[in-house]
Design a binder for this molecule. Structure first.
Ligand code: UT7
Length: 328
């Protein structure tokens, strides 16, 4: 039994101003608004402008989460950032975020778990908080996926957007609240479903760029099947382990992968659609940022109150998949 609980006391998010609509995309590749809307539910996504980066958006989301919690950057004991589009290959994006928050000694590191990144970070942060090691931990998911998206590939460029979301986790002695349950999973055997090649195996060189291999590659159909199956299993697991019925859950906040994937899973589980928070139409898939952006929207709209149970589920490159049950 953990010494303490880890409670979400503030949320924040940041998305770029610039919008890329389906009609804009139809001028770049052979696609149209009707196809994209029917197959994905996405109408537009936000695209980082010059000077907007994974760390700059992450830092803004963190500041907003701190403000919401009535805390200052100096109160933060640890920063964990989930991202697959880091500020640079190194140092970590979390170090850049800490720098933007004016911090000089606070530990900060990144976690790479793609679209499951936010839940992996939340679970890691909660372990630090619950053990008593740290009191206030910022958990951030931030992505500039537009910078690794191939805007000549209609199968992938329609899906992704940029943005950041953050929560402040705080130590508490109230054991009824906090992270009630979580499970993390990974299977590297499925790496070829979704990847972005530059790295030690494929250092950046002219050949790589000629092949457009600096951009992410996805096998959309395979990811689709994987996501529907995992979504279903993760929700069932969360409900079973926490002994929850549908009426006990205030909101399910899934990784915003595709409206059809979300609808298919919810239909199979026979869950009421109003329990599922979906904002994919406005932002597309923002990978590790999608759950904390959605959570921040729901939180600020007054859709979650102290005592409410929230369920997060995510799946993505790795392969990785994860769930978390939180009592606000
Ligand atoms: O968070 C993890 C990352 N997310 C993902 O990896 C996405 C998961 N997958 C998906 O969301 C869906 O599989 C997609 C939205 C990517 C594709 O939808 P789909 O229903 O699986 O379509 P499909 O790939 O089976 O393609 C159906 C047809 C194909 O044409 P043919 O072969 O039937 O003639 C595609 O070439 O649709 C065509 N197509 C398009 N048509 C218009 C593919 N992309 C487009 C497009 N516009 N953008």
């Amino acid at each position: 039994m953990a010494d303490y609980s880890a409670i979400i006391v503030g949320t924040g998010s940041c998305v770029p101003e610039r919008r890329l609509t389906n009609d804009d995309l139809s001028k770049l590749v052979d696609t149209n608004d009707e196809w994209i809307t029917q197959r994905t539910g996405i109408k537009e996504r936000r695209i980082a402008g010059d000077g907007e980066t994974t760390a700059s958006m992450g830092a803004i989301a963190c500041r907003k989460a701190l403000e919401a919690a009535g805390m200052q950057p100096a109160d933060v004991d640890l920063i964990i950032c989930g991202t697959i589009t880091p500020e640079m290959q190194f140092p970590s994006t979390a170090c850049f975020i800490a720098r933007e928050l004016g911090l000089h000694t606070t530990p900060a590191f990144d976690v790479t778990a793609a679209c499951s990144g936010f839940i992996f970070c939340l679970d890691t942060a909660a372990a630090f908080v619950e053990s008593g090691r740290y009191r206030n931990v910022l958990v951030v998911g931030s992505e500039t996926l537009s910078r690794v998206t191939d805007y000549t590939d209609r199968g992938s460029c329609i899906l992704f957007g940029d943005g950041a979301g953050a929560v402040l986790l705080q130590r508490s002695t109230d054991k009824k609240r906090g992270l009630l349950y979580s499970s993390l999973h990974a299977d590297g055997h499925g790496w070829e479903m979704l990847y972005c090649r530059p790295g030690s195996r494929h250092p950046i060189n002219q050949d790589l760029v000629t092949q457009r291999a600096q951009f992410m590659q996805i096998k959309g159909r395979e990811v689709y099947k994987f996501a529907v199956q995992r979504f279903h299993e993760l929700i069932e697991d969360a409900m079973q382990k926490c002994n929850l019925k549908a009426e006990d859950i205030k909101l399910i906040i899934p990784h915003q992968v595709n409206q059809r994937i979300i609808d298919a899973a919810i239909e199979r589980l026979k869950l009421p659609t109003e329990k599922v928070y979906v904002n994919i139409a406005r932002y597309g898939n923002t990978s590790s940022a999608s759950i904390p952006i959605a959570l921040d929207e729901a939180w600020r709209a007054g859709m979650t109150k102290p005592g409410d149970v929230l369920v997060f589920v995510a799946f993505g490159a790795g392969l990785t998949w994860a769930n978390a049950v939180v009592r606000v």
